[in-house]
Ligand binder design. Structure first.
Ligand code: NI
Length: 157
């Protein structure tokens, strides 16, 4: 395993629409292992392949409910609404409020190509929606309702 360099939001690579994974090969497994290690080393809750310079529809996530890998994910159902703070490993030292669906159903494939479906809500659903957006070249800063500066946060406490 190896820690890969995280692409920052100034890089046009993060704005591309990623392509579907067709081969569930050892190269894919190596990438997934590296993404997990990179996410953990950066204390992130999620990481999408374009964030390590790979233009493929892949993300990994761990929002406290267990580590998960999603290949070729599709969000097939959304319901409810939730506004909360988000950050992104590609947008260091910033955070902002983003409106997301509260509950989602997501279909994806695991690292061996097996299809699965997950229903989730709250924080994990937020992470999945954020990472999914990366696969279409969207960043949370495109849709955030309000940026929060660290001074503001202290005042609220
Ligand atoms: Ni992100």
């Amino acid at each position: 395993m190896a820690i890969r360099e995280i692409v920052l939001d100034t890089d046009p690579q993060l704005r591309e629409k990623c392509i579907e994974v067709k081969r569930f090969s050892p190269t894919l497994h190596q990438l997934l292992d590296d993404m997990k290690e990179t996410m953990e080393a950066a204390n992130g809750a999620g990481l999408a392949a374009p964030q390590v310079g790979i233009n493929k529809r892949i993300f990994v996530a761990d929002g406290g409910e267990g580590y998960i890998e999603m290949i070729n994910p599709r969000i097939t159902k959304k319901s409810g609404e939730d506004i909360d703070l988000e950050g992104c490993l590609s947008v260091p030292d910033r955070q902002g409020y983003v409106r997301r669906a509260l509950k989602i159903t997501i279909e994806a494939q695991d690292r061996f190509g097996n299809a699965f479906t997950m229903e989730t809500e709250g924080w994990q659903a937020r992470i999945f929606q954020h990472e999914y957006d990366h696969l279409d070249g969207r960043l949370y800063t495109d849709i955030m309702l309000k940026e929060v500066f660290f001074e503001d946060e202290e005042e609220e406490e």
